[in-house]
Design a protein around this ligand. Structure first.
Ligand SMILES: [Zn+2]
Length: 487
């Protein structure tokens, strides 16, 4: 029973986006703050979304040929130091275990910030011949990067993710794998989370420490800021050389392996909230919603209760039998209006309302979470409820993607003057994506970052335009790049 209902108003999204986000995450009971600073607690409604993400993404990852494994959370400190850029990138944010069982350890252990080092150490023991390649592993786990500021899902010290690690015989094969996984992520996030993306490679400054190339999927949040939603790295032979991953090729030559790594994290939950949510609460894409349909029985008089409840129960059972994730709201002592608000807050895509008059007429009311006002409501015959529910859930999935796509399109702007770019990105708040020619020089990138706080989010792949002039220095630039302020 909801004995402790929180009746505070949610901060309007337009008034204070950060406060709105915190309100929604907590009021929808997705997550909460932990007693340990920097960490967070996943509540069942939040974890259910992660489980839905895991189930589908795991299927898609396995379809590419990768298999799941599990490596330890503790990594010898010396491993981290083997790849120079990697240690430089991660050393400032690792947690180190120096004592165990009351004694100081001979060698300190690092709590994994990512697992390249330990996995590549094992790869070196397992890979000897080209016949063992490609080796493609994935693990679902937690990682820890010391972080004292908490933004639930977006920035926490400990977070959950999957990390894939592969080794290949040739450069071409590893490069292909990097792009294959980028496409797996793009497809998953767009089709499943209904979040449209910008796809491309990172600038050198934004690359993963130790990678030769990093590819990214980037989404636009409701406040006009970008969020990196997943990355796929071409590691070249950097780690293979550091960890001596060598194999005999077909002509018996000893060669270093070519490698990739790729991951997405529980940040995706933050993206779902920030892309789709509104002032009434969450709006969950049906494919990822823990509860896809809620059935709310409505009656005023006690003598109506038995018939309405029986009908509501049989409808909920029929929906469940059709493989939909359903809840029957049989809570007593709450008004229908209160229940509607509650399910809207939790983002349930489809609400079915059912009263004595509906039962008499053989119809019930569908209320869609993705639409507002009269548009959101329609009637459906009770006899066709499962077919209609499935159809409408499909429409909601598409409509949320279309709404987000329109929002993204309206926030992509092209600039050819630096002062116009600066004006757009100055000040608090987002500013959307700016698509500009950039010569590729770090100095120009740094100037944009320092003066507007926007970073290079992605350089689209395979641009075949005529090129243009760098927006900062005016020198010739082959490619355009997306800049935005980011989480
Ligand atoms: Zn330039």
């Amino acid at each position: 029973m909801p004995e402790k209902q929180d009746t505070r108003k949610v901060t309007p999204r337009s008034q204070d986006f950060a406060e709105w986000y915190n309100d929604i995450v907590q009021r929808a009971e997705l997550a909460d703050y932990s007693p340990v600073r920097g960490c967070m607690v996943f509540r069942p409604d939040g974890f259910a979304i992660w489980e839905a993400i895991q189930a589908e993404l795991d299927r898609r990852i396995k379809r590419t040929g990768a298999r799941n494994a599990y490596f330890p959370v503790l990594i010898p400190m010396s491993f981290l130091k083997k790849e120079a850029k990697h240690v430089e990138g991660f050393a400032p944010e690792v947690a180190v275990v120096t004592h165990g069982g009351g004694k100081e350890l001979e060698e300190p252990l690092v709590v994994r910030p990512t697992s390249e080092t330990i996995i590549n150490h094992m790869f070196a023991q397992w890979i000897h011949s080209h016949r063992e390649l490609p080796m493609m592993l994935n693990q679902w786990c937690n990682v820890l990067r010391w972080e004292m500021r908490t933004r639930l899902f977006l920035r926490t010290a400990e977070f959950l993710w999957q990390e894939g690690h592969t080794a290949h015989a040739t450069r071409e094969e590893a490069e292909r794998e990097t792009l294959t996984m980028l496409e797996v992520y793009r497809g998953f996030v767009e089709e499943y989370l209904a979040i449209p993306l910008i796809v491309g490679k990172k600038s050198a400054a934004e690359r993963f420490p130790g990678a030769e190339e990093t590819y990214t999927i980037e989404a636009l949040m409701g406040d006009g800021r970008a969020l990196q939603c997943g990355t796929s790295h071409f590691l070249g032979q950097n780690f293979a050389k550091a960890f001596e991953i060598k194999f005999l090729d077909e002509s018996n030559q000893l060669r270093f392996a070519w490698q990739t790594s790729w991951g997405v994290s529980t940040r995706l939950l933050g993206a779902v909230v920030m892309v789709h949510g509104d002032d009434q609460g969450l709006r969950l894409p049906p494919l990822v919603a823990g509860t896809q349909v809620v059935v709310v029985p409505i009656y005023r008089k006690p003598e109506e209760e038995a018939a309405v409840m029986a009908s509501a129960r049989s409808i909920a059972e029929a929906l469940q039998a059709a493989d939909l994730r359903v809840q029957l709201d049989s809570r007593e002592g709450l008004t229908p209006g209160f229940k509607f608000n509650d399910w809207e807050m939790r983002g349930v895509p489809l609400r079915i309302e059912l009263g004595p008059r509906d039962i008499a007429s053989g119809e019930l009311v569908f209320a869609r979470r993705d639409l507002k006002g009269a548009e959101a409501k329609s009637k459906a015959a009770i006899s066709e409820v499962t077919v209609r529910a499935k159809t409408v859930l499909g429409q909601i999935q598409k409509s949320l993607f279309d709404q987000a796509k329109a929002a993204l399109a309206s926030q992509i702007r092209e600039f050819d003057s630096y002062s116009a770019l600066r004006k757009q990105l100055e000040g608090e708040g987002g500013g959307g994506f700016a698509l500009v020619y950039w010569c590729g020089e770090p100095a120009c990138e740094t100037k944009i970052r320092e003066e507007t706080r926007a970073t290079c989010r992605a350089i689209p792949i395979g641009q075949s335009g005529a090129g243009g002039k760098c927006i900062v220095c005016g020198k010739s630039a082959a490619d355009r790049a997306y800049f935005a302020k980011a989480y």
